[in-house]
Write a protein that binds this ligand. Structure first.
Ligand SMILES: [Cu+2]
Length: 141
């Protein structure tokens, strides 16, 4: 009988189809933004400030509307934080307001913000936790 000889090619085909389906439906990983203290030099003096940075150290975030908003905020501060996407039209639970739309992100924790982008333009992001808003902001385009 010839059927046993077909098992491997059929298994390979099914395996390939499953891998292809997985690759086609897999979501891209989120962009990670790190909220952390950094040192900057002002008039020759080193000062520590808080910043929202990408893993590369780049400040701010640039997205394409077609890709949607897919960002994980990682809190590397010693206190809680949350990030508000100022001016962006978004679902209420993605608004980044602690104790209203989400729990604060604890030190060492992270929060995944994900939603369709319905607009383009230049905005900004800032902390909405306590008095961090005055200290922690970055451009968002
Ligand atoms: Cu705001």
């Amino acid at each position: 009988m010839k059927l046993p000889a077909l098992r491997e090619p059929i298994a390979l085909f099914i395996g390939f189809a499953l891998v292809s389906m997985t690759a086609a439906t897999a979501e891209p990983p989120p962009v990670r933004l790190y909220v952390r203290e950094v040192a900057i030099k002002i008039l020759g003096q080193i000062r520590r400030v808080v910043a929202i940075e990408q893993e590369s150290g780049a400040t701010g975030l640039e997205l394409r509307a077609a890709d949607g908003f897919n960002v994980e905020v990682v809190n590397q501060l010693k206190e809680p934080t949350s990030i508000h996407w100022h001016g962006i039209v978004l679902p209420a639970l993605m608004d980044g307001v602690p104790f209203v739309s989400q729990d604060p992100i604890p030190p060492g924790g992270s929060f995944h913000y994900q939603f369709p982008l319905k607009q383009s333009g230049t905005y900004w992001m800032h902390s909405h936790y306590g008095l961090q808003e005055q200290l922690l902001a970055a451009p968002l385009t």
